[in-house]
Ligand binder design. Structure first.
Ligand code: AMP
Length: 542
């Protein structure tokens, strides 16, 4: 017998309909690419999204077409997503930090038919547009007055493009499993791989992420996604915030400490989210300026491991709670969130930080396990680490075009490529990427644990650990550090600081000081590049 309940397809544009109906006046504030702070609200976003749908429809774009976006977090970017999805087309977010050739490769792979780009990225398109034969139209997310006049490309101003339409448009109706969004993984090895989100998975992901033990947001929240929309849907916030009617503050192109602080303060932001590198800049700015964060209550940190010292600073010096989270583009992206279960509510000081160094536990809709290389499940004891595998309602079941098949098994478990352990209460801790873990004498050493420890040293700004070939142990850890400005820690200072805090055989064999550590387009340390830089290195002791 089937249930007798209504069939109400989970379509993303229903989110913006809801926001416009119930929270129509709630603001979306943006530091615009042109400069000024601009304000709109959910009611206007819906009207303008419908104009985007009309404009796409008038230009002949159809269901299933990939429409690329190359933009920072702005209201225009947000409304264009909803407009694209509203005709059953697919927003395809491009990361402007990638090399132009990589972008061209990705656009060709996705066969993008049109692109909506920020003003700042027109030069990138000028370099690659003729290498993407599928591309029919370039719309610049600006008005006529700011449209570059001397471009060799045929550009159209977004405001003119949608300006000819009235917003009187019925969203198209289709199956909830229809594709709505696309994002390529940053691909530190091999070609980037395309993740294809569905309307259903995005709606369910938003429902999950607003829960109290996830992002825990409602209509009273003022949320600033510093994490870009091109990084795994701004961790879903472009859907979660309208679903609950939260005010959104978009930082646009400026993510330096002073610019971020200005918006946190003037818009009274209560929750924000980004990768650790962004917070390093904000904390440095706060330290220099002596400013405080009276409005901010919580900061979500993920994308790479949040250093303990960063949590301590936010919590002790600024009274801002850190929520450490883990996820992946392939998971829409939320995988685990570091909220405290009742058993942990009483934790304070160092014990609380010990727990917060873990990436948290999985919400409803995410199953996870750790296995050894033979796919045998390992115990949840908080120490036995192995390959982290996941399945769930907003997790990829394949990559676009069938790439990376070996990461998915017949029972839908997706091999994340991360190495982790899980404790008795379900809290997971990433110890490494499978390809970065150091294999020393048949045992594994976690590079993330060593990095987190090293950045706790008062003179160290950033740290990365890589394995260096060793004649006796296969590999041994080399700690690579950037010293804080004006400080000159020595190798023995750093090693003494670490001693006793990790197992003796995990201690780095040496420390190298550098001026720069390379990062990927999504802010992760680029270990491949570091390994290349240190390919000739050998330890002083042989
Ligand atoms: P992306 O798809 O670009 O978001 O990258 C996903 C990968 O980032 C994961 O597989 C992890 O390796 C890493 N990652 C994300 N969040 C964390 C975290 N909190 N701690 C450690 N690694 C993380």
């Amino acid at each position: 017998m089937l249930g007798l309940m209504q069939d109400w397809p989970l379509l993303c544009h229903k989110i913006i309909d809801y926001a416009a109906t119930q929270h129509g006046e709630r603001e979306i504030v943006t530091r615009s690419i042109e400069g000024p702070i601009v304000r709109t609200n959910y009611a206007q976003i819906r009207v303008r999204a419908k104009k985007v749908s009309q404009a796409l429809d008038a230009d002949g774009f159809k269901m299933g077409d990939r429409i690329a976006t190359l933009g920072w977090n702005t209201a225009r970017h947000m409304e264009s997503w909803y407009g694209i999805m509203g005709i059953g087309a697919i927003y395809h977010t491009l990361n402007p930090r990638l090399f132009p050739e990589q972008l061209a490769w990705i656009m060709n792979h996705a066969e993008d038919k049109a692109i909506l780009t920020d003003l700042s990225f027109v030069p990138i398109l000028e370099a690659i547009a003729d290498k993407v034969p599928s591309l029919q139209k370039i719309i610049v997310l600006t008005d006529e007055a700011h449209l570059p006049k001397d471009s060799k490309l045929q550009l159209e101003a977004y405001e003119t493009w949608i300006g000819g339409h009235d917003g009187d448009f019925e969203w198209m109706q289709f199956d909830e499993n229809t594709a709505c969004g696309m994002c390529y993984t940053s691909g530190t090895t091999g070609d980037p791989k395309g993740v294809v989100y569905s309307h259903r998975s995005n709606v369910l992901h938003a429902l999950i992420s607003c829960q109290p033990d996830a992002l825990g947001i409602g209509s009273n929240e003022v949320i600033m996604p510093v994490v870009p929309m091109f990084h795994a849907n701004a961790w879903g916030i472009a859907h979660t915030a309208p679903m609950v009617g939260a005010k959104v503050v978009n930082p646009g192109a400026l993510m330096d400490g002073a610019s971020i602080y200005e918006l946190l303060d003037s818009e009274k932001v209560s929750l924000t989210a980004a990768v650790p590198t962004v917070w390093l800049m904000l904390l440095a700015y706060l330290e220099e300026s002596g400013k405080k964060l009276p409005h901010l209550k919580r900061v979500v940190i993920g994308g790479s491991a949040c250093p303990r010292a960063m949590m301590e600073k936010f919590q002790n010096d600024y009274d801002v709670d850190v929520i450490h989270a883990w996820g992946m583009t392939e998971m829409s992206p939320i995988g685990t969130i570091g909220c405290l279960k009742p058993q942990y509510q009483g934790l304070t000081g160092a014990e609380k930080l010990d727990l917060q160094e873990k990436q948290g536990y999985a919400p409803f809709g995410v199953e996870m396990k750790v296995t050894d290389d033979e796919n045998v499940e390992l115990p949840w004891d908080g120490k036995t680490f192995g390959r982290l595998k996941v399945r769930g309602l907003a997790i990829a079941n394949a990559y676009y075009g069938g790439a990376g098949e070996d990461q998915f098994d017949s029972e839908s478990w997706f091999d994340t490529g991360d190495v982790a352990h899980i404790n008795e209460l379900g809290y997971m801790q990433i110890t490494d990427r499978a390809k970065d873990v150091i294999k020393s004498g048949g045992e594994w050493i976690s590079t993330i644990d060593l990095e987190n420890l090293a950045v706790g040293h008062p003179d160290i700004q950033e740290a990365a650990v890589i394995g260096i070939t060793h004649p006796r142990w296969d590999e041994r850890p080399l700690l690579i550090c950037i010293a804080k400005e004006g400080r000159q820690p020595s190798e023995s200072d750093v090693l003494e600081f670490m001693e006793g805090k990790v197992a003796k055989w995990w201690m780095p064999n040496a420390v190298a000081f550098v001026d720069e550590i390379p990062h990927t387009a999504t802010g992760k340390i680029q270990k491949i590049e570091l390994r290349k830089q240190f390919s000739e290195y050998s330890f002083p002791d042989g």
